[in-house]
Design a protein around this ligand. Structure first.
Ligand code: GUN
Length: 300
């Protein structure tokens, strides 16, 4: 008999998958640099002192260095205006040595976030937040895929868990995760092939009636709502794959949007927090920076 701490689900090790992709990327970066003399460079802009953002940006920089890319961090004070931030974006757009640009979110309240994101050159938009890149994805012809959704699909791909013909439920309708993930999975194909597309996708949110009935119907359940341990065992179909995108700080603990210990007794496969989707978000950012460096070369 399983006791309360015993897990039955397969644990999907995002850290190991991220390492594998970074190893492949390092080979690509080395070859690209040898052939072109260009070292792909990510420029990150961090406004203010948000402690979590500081950690995320630092992780992104360290990861760049691990795969042989350059990284540059521009730290701006928390009272920075929209106009000043737009000035930074414009300079980085014009800088031929900068392959990718990332403005870490959230930005302080006085900044008009959408004006800033819209100002990033779409060719350097490694977050894939620019409306042009969102539109290309929606039409099934993406240049960049958004980092966290692409990370989720990579975990499924590298764990041999196809989405084609499956019911996928995404809890959360954010522009960063829920909407673009649904947009990817509903397409006829993906950069990883048609087996990692072609899903029947349902997006749930705070006004979804009978939420548990919807989530319990899913073969693959993705939680991206930012509420600690929101998904309980009774909301999960036995044997389902559960992907936890949440990173919530509760006291001195990091917990996901899924109550891991109890859901792991029901699910067939599950990602942990930390060590699940997080490492993939950083890795796909590097992959996008490589794509951006190639794209600029095409156009020069
Ligand atoms: N803040 C939380 N997630 C992200 C992300 O994927 N990109 C950026 N730029 N900021 C974030």
């Amino acid at each position: 008999m399983p006791n309360s701490t015993q897990t039955t689900a397969r644990i999907l090790d995002g850290k190991a998958i991220a390492k594998e992709i970074q190893k492949e990327l390092k080979v690509d970066v080395t070859k690209f640099t040898k052939e072109t003399g260009i070292v792909p460079k990510l420029a990150a802009v961090l406004v203010g002192e948000d402690p979590a953002s500081q950690v995320y940006v630092r992780n992104k920089q360290l990861a760049c260095e691990r795969v042989g890319m350059l990284s540059e961090l521009h730290r701006l004070p928390s009272d920075t205006t929209t106009e000043t931030l737009l000035g930074w974006v414009q300079r980085l757009n014009a800088d031929s040595a900068t392959s990718g640009i990332l403005v870490q979110l959230p930005v302080p309240k006085q900044i008009e976030e959408l004006r800033v994101l819209d100002a990033i050159d779409w060719r350097k938009d490694v977050d894939a937040f620019h409306p042009y890149n969102v539109g290309l994805l929606s039409q099934g012809r993406p240049r960049f895929l958004p980092c966290t959704p692409y990370g989720v699909v990579q975990i499924l791909y590298r764990s041999q868990l196809p989405t084609s013909g499956k019911k996928v439920c995404v809890i959360g309708r954010s522009d960063i995760v829920g909407k673009p993930l649904a947009s990817m999975l509903v397409q006829r194909t993906s950069p990883l092939g048609p087996e990692w597309a072609n899903a029947t996708v349902t997006i749930c949110h705070s006004r979804t009636p009978n939420l548990a009935d919807v989530t319990r119907d899913a073969d693959i359940l993705v939680a991206a709502i930012g509420q600690p341990e929101f998904v309980r065992a009774a909301m999960v179909k036995p044997g389902a794959t559960v992907i936890d995108v949440g990173i919530n700080r509760v006291g001195d603990r990091l917990v996901g949007d899924v109550a891991f210990a109890e859901v792991a007794q029901v699910a067939g496969a599950i990602t942990p927090v930390p060590g699940g989707v997080g490492p993939l978000t950083v890795t796909m950012l590097l992959s996008n920076t490589m794509i951006a460096a190639r794209l600029q070369l095409e156009q020069n």
